[in-house]
Design a protein around this ligand. Structure first.
Ligand code: NAP
Length: 313
């Protein structure tokens, strides 16, 4: 007999896991399809201070690992695969990966967002060789070295502070003279002796022969261009980029309503413009992207999707 799920959730981050929990508890036959790692983007956060009731010292990984266990206790299946296309013309919707096909009566899109590149010369060539988008993953490689953090939001400042555990010196390069990050985080960074600020500036080029050993930074107010070179003995330095995120919504582009940046537009029940398709978490157009709001979206989407499936029967 054909395996048709009640609900398929694309994405195993906090919103997808919360949707799985609620769908599982509603006794819906549920599958989560995750293309990378369970927990999603939040697993690159070393400490989560603002998830209500979270344990002190919780990392993104430890928090989402508990969520995964909870989801599996309710019988939700998790597979690792990447959805690349779909057929939603019938009442049973089909999702296709390169090698498999998955069918469900309702779909919750919770595939999140991914780091935005700054687009300077040398950035992509040096990913994994000094350029990183994840301090938790790569910070320790720069123990005793100099690192540069690009961006002025919560992530840049928080991860900059985290990197001082390893790096000799952390310079935060921001393109404006005021930070977007919360004041409390900015104050914490300002009090840290290892942190330096390079304001009104952009990275023009990242250079290196193998590992990154130089970045060229331009002050956009004065036009001054400064070349920052790695200590000759160390021969390398790190560049951590936190320039915001872009939604993983490309495959839905001509099907679902989106805002100008590609975030999927939903109503309060997480319904998209296509019946049976719901969106939750960072991929959705909203004002606050946090674990707390992601799990809320996931719960609402699962309840709405379960009701949609019940109405079909
Ligand atoms: P963000 O708030 O969108 O900040 C991105 C930063 O990168 C901005 O300062 C932006 O500059 C800069 N930027 C963008 N494009 C750039 C480019 N091409 N070159 C140089 N700089 C560029 O992103 P985020 O810090 O990753 O945070 C994303 C969301 O997660 C936010 O809602 C944030 O509140 C949340 N978050 C929360 C926490 C927390 O509460 N603990 C921690 C991390 C993230 P401008 O300011 O000039 O636009």
């Amino acid at each position: 007999m054909e395996n048709i799920y009640d609900i398929i959730i694309i994405g195993g981050g906090p919103s997808g896991l919360a949707a799985g929990l609620y769908a599982g508890r509603a006794r819906a036959k549920t599958l989560i399809i995750e293309k990378g790692n369970i927990g999603g983007l939040i697993t690159s956060t070393h400490e989560i201070e603002n998830y209500p009731g979270g344990l002190k010292g919780d990392s993104g990984s430890s928090l989402t690992e508990r969520m995964r266990q909870q989801v599996e206790e309710f019988g939700v299946k998790i597979v690792f695969d990447e959805i690349v296309s779909f057929d939603i013309s019938g009442s049973v919707k089909e999702l296709k990966s390169h090698n498999a096909s998955y069918k469900a009566k309702a779909i919750i899109i919770a595939s999140g967002a991914w780091p935005r590149f700054i687009g300077c010369k040398g950035e992509l060539e040096h990913v994994g060789m000094g350029v990183s988008y994840c301090a938790t993953c790569d910070g320790s490689f720069f123990t005793g070295l100099e690192v540069y953090v690009v961006g002025g939001g919560d992530a840049a400042l928080e991860e900059g502070i985290y990197l001082t555990k390893f790096a000799e010196k952390v310079s935060i390069i921001h393109r404006r003279d005021a930070f977007r990050a919360a004041k409390s985080i900015v104050e914490k960074a300002e009090k840290n002796d290892k942190i330096h600020f390079i304001m009104d500036s952009i990275v023009e080029e990242i250079k290196g022969n193998g590992a990154v050993d130089e970045i060229v930074v331009k002050n956009i107010k004065t036009g001054e261009v400064v070349s920052h070179k790695a200590d000759p003995e160390a021969g390398m330095m790190g560049v951590f980029i936190y320039a915001g995120y872009l939604p993983n919504s490309q495959i839905w582009e001509n099907t679902l309503k989106m805002d100008s940046r590609g975030y999927i537009i939903t109503d309060m029940e997480m319904k998209t413009n296509v019946p049976g398709l719901f969106a939750a978490g960072d991929i959705r157009e909203k004002t606050l992207r946090q674990v707390a709001t992601a799990v809320s979206d996931g719960a609402v989407a699962a309840v709405a999707a379960s009701a949609y499936v019940d109405d079909l029967e």
